[in-house]
Write a protein that binds this ligand. Structure first.
Ligand code: SF4
Length: 405
């Protein structure tokens, strides 16, 4: 697709995601696109492609402001120091104005003082550290590269050098993890006194080493009902310390919510660059265009030489509506009625009336003045609720998209 088919100016309404598809090694549970042990030369080529892609979007879409930037992966901190500096300098030179929030993801074993200095020097405001557990036995099950020693080393360097915000990621539901171990991880996390944490429940993905370990019988996944119990107990620990669960897996002190991710959950347009990244933008004639970059380093480098090869699809209004439910119901604040009606002209409880009645009756959903929300249990069971919503939407008439962007 030619970027020129996406109509112009998106002032003040953009965010940028940069995917760095490199890791030092693969974790046992991970099915994200990333490649281990990539040479500095290949890293250079990918960074050149990323900078070129950003220039293309900024020029063709006449972007004059980017509100948030997020560099994720993969492991951005695993980039060679020189390549990382070139990336940061290149991105900051291409951004139209000061960015309100600029997050970078890092893993403990690669958080060096030089990395923190470079990230801060070029404008990063927020660091997201992948801790996942403080327990060496559990970290080994996850195939994490960093053990407890590396994690505490990284925390020490962050405390010494980093001036911006910090968020820490933790995983619960690790096979064989007890409730006491889960509590211990959260207690240690809370002792850091950071303003934001993400707590994910482990999902067993096919085609991962952990999947094979479970299926060979060497380890067992914790039964769903025990996981649910663990989940709600660990959530209570976070809530008890003044954090708000503003999204299913995300907790923040007031004012420290991740603005970039909020834009995904409220279905705002975004630009994604780098191998495997996705952009979702307003297209011509009130359409929604989704552009997919190839999830392959070599395919990406090749595709940068021929921009016509960008894969894209038009997202139908019905698919987009379902995505609005899928993302918006993750939020504690729910789906804002005003925004939803601006997009689809009709209220949600008229589009899926039976569904909404049942959800409310079962204490899974509630109707606030300004928003449609799920209760804590409704959010925990979001997947099954969405399945029912998709079924009802499939049988419903066409959906009209009035305005987006
Ligand atoms: S560091 Fe992150 S992206 Fe890389 S393999 Fe581990 S989980 Fe996947």
């Amino acid at each position: 697709m030619d970027l020129r088919n996406i109509p112009g100016s998106h002032p003040g309404n953009n965010s940028l995601y940069i995917h760095i598809p490199f890791c030092q090694s693969k974790c046992s549970y991970c099915d994200f696109y990333s490649e281990p042990n990539v040479s500095v030369e290949i890293q250079e080529c990918v960074v050149s492609g990323i900078l070129d892609e950003i220039s293309g979007y900024v020029d063709v879409l006449e972007i004059n402001s980017i509100e948030t930037v997020f560099i994720g992966g993969g492991t951005p901190s695993a980039l060679d120091a020189g390549v990382f500096k070139r990336l940061m300098q290149g991105v900051s030179e291409r951004l139209p104005h000061t960015v309100r929030e600029w997050t970078i993801e890092a893993n403990p074993e690669t958080v060096t003082e030089a990395f923190l200095d470079t990230a801060g020097e070029f404008g990063c405001t927020r660091l997201s550290l992948g801790i996942q557990s403080f327990d060496d036995r559990l970290l080994a099950i996850l195939g994490r590269r960093a053990g407890q020693k590396e994690i505490f080393g990284a925390i020490e360097r962050i405390n010494k050098k980093w001036k911006g915000e910090v968020s820490g990621d933790i995983i619960t539901g690790i096979p064989s993890q007890t409730q006491a171990e889960a509590n211990d991880d959260i207690t240690r996390l809370l002792s850091l006194r950071w303003d934001h944490y993400s707590m994910y429940s482990l999902t067993l993905e096919p085609d991962t080493p952990l999947f094979d370990t479970i299926h060979s019988g060497k380890l067992e996944m914790t039964p769903a009902e025990i996981l649910e119990l663990h989940w709600f107990k660990t959530v209570q620990l976070l809530l008890g310390r003044g954090y708000t669960q503003y999204e299913i897996s995300n907790y923040a002190k007031p004012g420290f919510e991740c603005r970039h991710n909020m834009r995904y959950w409220t279905m705002e347009p975004y630009i994604g660059v780098g191998p495997g990244a996705v952009s979702t933008l307003p297209g011509k004639n009130n359409t929604i265009v989704r552009i997919h970059n190839l999830p392959s380093v070599h395919g990406y480098i090749q595709s940068r030489q021929d921009r016509e090869k960008m894969n894209h699809e038009i997202v139908s209004p019905k698919e987009f509506l379902l995505e609005n439910l899928m993302m918006g119901f993750r939020l504690g604040a729910g789906i804002q009625k005003k925004v939803f009606q601006q997009r689809f002209t009709v209220p949600l409880d008229e589009i899926v009336p039976e569904m909404w009645k049942t959800w409310k009756k079962n204490n899974m959903a509630c109707d606030a003045d300004d928003a449609w929300k799920l209760t804590a249990r409704g959010r925990y069971l979001l997947d099954s609720l969405l399945y029912e919503a998709a079924e009802q939407l499939r049988k419903a008439g066409p959906v009209k998209l009035a305005f987006w962007g």
